[in-house]
Design a protein around this ligand. Structure first.
Ligand SMILES: O=c1[nH]cnc2c1ncn2[C@@H]1O[C@H](COP(=O)(O)OP(=O)(O)O)[C@@H](O)[C@H]1O
Ligand SMILES: [Mg+2]
Length: 186
């Protein structure tokens, strides 16, 4: 049996999805630490959070950062989606694209795992292509109501359905494969 992983997050929705996808094969424990986010590429943001978390916890850690990239805007808001969503809301995200015909977007989930302080983080990334649409479905998690994949918004999907095709599920599949290969060579 693999040892439990410390997933550092203050976001209950993320934790629920990560547990639903990984458990029982990989046991997830969680700690909430407020980790500063630098400016930079998606990977740089996740890596820097991971290094900081490994120092604070003084052990192996997993962190995650989510980006929502609008193709018409060259990938923005990207890792800054949290602040755009907070300040402008679902309608504001739609308004950002009002001047463009292209409403396509990509949800990007980046996990970074470090075995401990001073050790280089390993990155696992998952991407799901979709479209930004006026909000449909219950507002339970972030921008779920405005991100449409194959005709349904994330918010309109059952959680099991979202967890099959989501950016997070795709990243976790890679993480799972890597952890399994580590167990075999251990
Ligand atoms: O799967 C998702 N669906 C909808 N919104 C999400 C999803 N994952 C993350 N978000 C939202 O996107 C933003 C991502 O920012 P970040 O990953 O830094 O979040 P956190 O600080 O809450 O962990 C947050 O507003 C978060 O609530
Ligand atoms: Mg972030």
């Amino acid at each position: 049996m693999a040892p439990p992983i410390q997933f550092i997050t203050g976001n209950a929705n993320k934790l629920r999805e990560v547990k639903a996808i990984l458990e029982p094969q990989i046991e997830i424990q969680s700690q909430s630490l407020d980790l500063e986010e630098i400016q930079g590429t998606i990977e740089e943001v996740a890596e820097s959070k991971c290094r900081r978390a490994a120092d604070l916890v003084n052990g192996p850690v997993l962190v995650e950062d989510t980006a929502l990239c609008f193709n018409a805007l060259g990938g923005l808001p990207g890792p800054y989606i949290k602040w755009f969503l907070d300040k402008t809301g679902h309608q504001g995200l739609n308004n950002l694209l009002a001047a463009y015909e292209d409403k396509s977007a990509e949800a990007v989930c980046t996990f970074a795992y470090s075995p401990g302080p001073g050790r280089d983080p390993i990155i696992f990334q998952g991407r799901t292509p979709g479209r930004i649409v006026p909000a449909r479905g219950p507002s339970k998690f972030g921008w779920d109501p405005v991100f449409e994949f194959e005709g349904k918004t994330y918010a309109e999907m059952e959680s099991a359905e979202k967890n099959k095709i989501s950016h997070r599920a795709r990243a976790l599949k890679k993480l799972q494969t890597w952890f399994e290969s580590q167990q075999e060579t251990a």
